[in-house]
Design a protein around this ligand. Sequence first.
Ligand SMILES: Cc1ncc(COP(=O)(O)O)c(C=O)c1O
Length: 386
Amino acid sequence: MIDQHLAGVSAGIAAMPRSGIREIMDAAWQVPDAILLAVGEPNFPTPAHVVEAAHAAALDGKTGYVSNAGIPELRDALSAKVRGRNRYDVTPENIIVTCGGVEGIFASLAAVLEPGDGILLPDPGWPNFTMMARILRARVLPYPLVAANDFLPTIEDLERVCDSGARVLLLNSPSNPLGAVIDRERMAEIAAFAEAHDLWIVSDECYDATLFDDRFVSAAAVADPERTIAIYTFSKTYAMTGWRVGYVASPARATVQIAKLQEPLISCVNAPAQYAALAALTGPQDIVAEMNRAYHERRDEVCRRLAAAGVPVLLPSGAFYVWVDVRAAGLPSRDFAFTLLRERAVAVAPGTAFGPGGEGFARISLATEPSALYEGIDRLIAALDG
Ligand SMILES: Cc1ncc(COP(=O)(O)O)c(C=O)c1O
């Protein structure tokens, strides 16, 4: 009886693939002293004044439910941030505070998609996008990101995969796992494409503060803001992954839907964490600059070592990942990652964890203490040699 009941679980969710990054990390935790280059989490602590702000808020009794959309002070500060740094016009009413960027992306997609609608997703791309599409019963229309096009979406490819049932184009710039950043010119072409096909642009800009050059532009600064929804997070910018605070900036018709969705999904974001986020945003910004400097230095050194060894690599423009061509090993990506872990105690994310387009590649996280990072890169190079 119980078995029969269990057999009745959702087939769609049962068929949803597990994260290939999680798989290699589970294996890596079993290897003593393994060098972990597979996870994208800043190796910096949350700044002390941010922690203190949460503490003070909790002591002050700010521990109850708050508005679905977020505390007004934070929505005010976030709209100023988006206007100043992302350079498009929003008011606090266009901002919803979410449980990390991840829930912001999910709520944005749920707000605009009907079951069966098509969603154009990057391949390779962050695996959570595909998982969300599955939960929402959307049809995934993968668009390729390949080295020959600097890992940027081309209009030809978008036109080829788009069909008349497509409703959303998801962009991720700076990209996880590629580090590629869509420049203004390409963004303008993409905006025209979205317009022509009447698509929403859902733009994951969670790495908007981790930039190594001046290429980055927010989608809504170029595309029609009435069809563009952007998602941001405190996780990466302020080393706050565990606090779970992100936010969405969207036009009114989407904001109303997303705010409504917060009630059944999470009700509201943890109140003390929202005060912590407010302190992060309005306090000293030196930690952001300091982390960027560190990632920049590590990027340069990692890419220098790979280039010196003749390993093809794209110099990332943003985010904290390096996407490495490992075809020289002559193994499928997943086998390469597991062999590297077993034989040389280094964990990298196999390219195929990000979609079939990731075959032949591995993703390395720069958010790792430098001496371990460089040792891990040297071992990876040795594995490709031998
Ligand atoms: C591309 C991308 N988007 C969004 C997120 C969301 O992060 P969080 O939910 O911690 O804000 C991540 C985290 O790894 C990411 O890599």
